[in-house]
Design a protein around this ligand. Structure first.
Ligand code: PRP
Ligand code: URA
Length: 224
């Protein structure tokens, strides 16, 4: 998989099938004139697909159940305890979708903000399930740009004893640079995304991109 001049390692990332409907949703999201009433539900739609794809990367085991008409359904269930960890603030948007899909899921939070000038991530706070080291983790942040924030969040998880291979990082938009940076430092972390952008610009925003996701989703950008 090649995107412009930065090579994306093929085994590093699972890209959602680029269906026409997914492209149509991205068209709404990318439009600078999109209203929040359209931006929020359309991004939620993609987030659910991303979470589904992330769950597919966790282990499942067989489970038989009896149906109401007396037959056996040879089904499956997750073979591991999981939890979601959102990177505040933008990751809260994905946490909301995970919670709707799995109301009982345990959730952790890591507050990291990119410095507005240097674009370097700063860790402020984390609150994680006590037994997180025994869980598989869906790490939730819609944007993977330089990769600095993702790496800082993964460091927090690994310091708490989560094996790298138990982390699936789910994001809506990713840059080739960010994918490569995360993959080089944390090769066993798997990533799921709905779009690999062309590149980062000089302000560490993705191109063609979506702008500042958090501002657009939460309405702190007065334009939307
Ligand atoms: C955005 C985004 C990611 C980060 C990605 O957060 O939600 O967390 O930037 O950039 P990186 O890959 O270059 O580190 P931001 O710090 O702008 O905060 P926000 O969630 O409040 O929008
Ligand atoms: N954060 C965003 O919200 N958008 C980008 O393009 C990069 C980081």
């Amino acid at each position: 998989m090649t995107v412009t001049h930065v090579q994306v390692p093929q085994d590093a990332v699972h890209l959602l099938p680029q269906t026409k409907h997914l492209r149509a949703i991205h068209t709404i999201l990318r439009d600078r004139h999109a209203k929040r009433k359209d931006f929020v539900p359309n991004s939620a739609h993609v987030m659910r697909q991303l979470i589904e794809a992330g769950l597919e990367l966790f282990p499942f085991e067989p489970l038989d159940v009896q149906t109401p008409v007396g037959r056996t359904y040879h089904g499956l269930r997750l073979a591991t305890e999981i939890c979601g960890v959102s990177v505040v603030r933008a990751g809260d948007s994905m946490e909301a979708e995970l919670r709707t899909m799995m109301p009982e899921v345990r959730l952790g939070k890591i507050l990291i903000q990119r410095d507005r000038t240097t674009k370097l991530p700063r860790l402020y706070y984390s609150a994680l399930p006590a037994d997180i080291a025994q869980r598989h983790v869906l790490l939730l942040d819609p944007m993977l740009a330089t990769g600095g924030t993702a790496l800082a969040a993964i460091d927090v998880l690994c310091e708490r004893g989560v094996p790298e291979e138990n982390i699936v990082f789910v994001n809506l938009l990713s840059s080739p640079e960010g994918i490569r940076t995360v993959h080089e430092r944390r090769p066993r972390v798997r990533m799921v995304t709905s779009s690999i952008e062309e590149r980062l610009d000089e302000n560490a925003y993705m191109q063609p991109g979506i702008g500042d996701f958090g501002d657009r989703y939460f309405g702190t950008d007065l334009a939307v």
